[in-house]
Design a protein around this ligand. Structure first.
Ligand code: NAD
Length: 337
């Protein structure tokens, strides 16, 4: 089987992970990388012996690739995705897909017009506990879902924001819902449907940044469930918890750990937790802080499977847009102190 050829833009925290997992995937290959920070790009180019571009458009003009993987800051996703699709490439874009519905629509239209794919990274959908819950919900084992409770109680130290030209910036990052919470919001929507009502409160409590670092929101989903979302990057010292509890008519499931990596509670009528499951999801480690699960390898495998065998385990731009829309609605409801 011919290897899928990826070119990656953005060689920062997660771009490095894209390069590493594609390099390790037997049916994929990295053919070029791009970063406008010469030091960052050169480090990866030297490590993997790759052609390096400092200008994205030049890479699009010259590279012989199938897929452009976009791992740049949020505010660049829309523009780069449209350019890449227009240039005849499939696109894999990091979360959040973009910072507004309008941009998501623009991206989806560009992909459709070009007849190319647009996929969004949602690697937490591959977490073992997340799959188990999805399976129970899809089989109707929980009955009606009454309530869903999501807590993201994490730590980001001030340097995480200070060392970055875009984190904590309203226009470039948009806020913690886009960066930290979007993974979780995607799962809530995957299980319970779109957010149809949102009421939120957010504040900047313990960082010197423009965006909020803490908030809570009451949500209503299209399947009728009500929900709460609590998010903060202010937890002392290190990440404490990333959890979702699902309260259904015939069962309760709590997925917890720090990164949705454990089943903490499972009581589902006539449907015990299967035995012998290995909970192997690991977090992405970035030195002084840790992100969500590191299942990017599974995202890449799903794309290979999609392209080569018509697999269906990828997340497209219409699906990616749903969490962006929910985040826009939550922020629109927020009185930001
Ligand atoms: N799926 C996940 O778990 C996950 C984890 C981390 C980050 N991300 C996402 O990945 C994106 C990048 O995050 P990060 O933490 O790696 O950021 P980062 O700041 O560490 O890296 C971004 C890189 O993009 C480069 N860049 C910026 N503008 C560019 C341009 N015009 N052309 C070429 N390169 C350019 C920067 O020089 C930098 O090396 C964000 O959207 C973030 O949400 C996703």
């Amino acid at each position: 089987m011919d290897k899928l050829r990826f070119a990656i833009v953005g060689c920062g925290s997660i771009g490095k992970r894209h390069i590493a997992v594609i390099d390790a995937e037997e049916n994929a290959v990295v053919v070029a990388i791009c970063d406008n920070d010469e030091t960052r790009g050169q480090e990866q180019a030297d490590l993997y012996h790759l052609p390096l571009y400092s200008d994205f458009q030049t890479m699009l003009n010259e590279v012989d690739a199938d897929i452009i993987s976009i791992a740049t800051p949020h505010h660049l996703h829309a523009e780069m995705s449209v350019l890449a699709n227009n240039a005849g490439f499939d696109v894999l874009v990091e979360k959040p897909m973009a910072l507004s519905r309008v941009d998501c629509v623009r991206m989806n239209e560009a992909a459709e017009k070009a007849g190319k794919n647009l996929w969004v990274v949602k690697q937490n959908r591959h977490n073992v506990p997340v799959r188990l819950a999805k399976d129970a919900i899809d089989k109707g084992r929980l009955g009606k879902i009454f309530m869903i409770k999501c807590d993201i109680l994490w730590n980001r130290y001030q340097g995480y924001y200070d060392d970055s030209p875009w984190r904590g910036n309203k226009e470039l990052e948009g806020g913690a819902l886009f960066t930290q919470a979007s993974h979780f919001i995607d799962l809530l929507i995957w299980w319970c449907g779109d957010v149809v009502e949102a009421l939120g409160h957010a504040e900047t409590q313990n960082h010197n940044i423009e965006t909020e670092d803490s908030g809570m929101s009451i949500l209503k989903f299209s399947n009728g469930a009500i929900g709460s979302l609590v998010w903060t990057t202010c937890v002392y010292n290190k990440n404490y918890e990333g959890s979702i509890t699902i309260v259904g008519e015939r069962g309760t499931i709590k997925i917890g750990g720090k990164y949705l990596n454990k089943i903490e509670y499972w009581d589902v009528e006539g449907y015990p937790l299967p035995e012998g499951i290995e909970f192997t999801d690991k977090p992405n480690a970035y030195g002084k802080y840790q992100g969500t699960s590191s299942n990017h390898d599974k995202v890449i495998k799903a794309i290979v499977d999609r392209v080569k065998h018509g697999g269906t385990d990828t997340v497209d731009g219409f699906e990616g847009m749903r969490s962006v829309a929910a985040i826009e609605d939550i922020y629109a409801s927020v009185r930001h102190d």
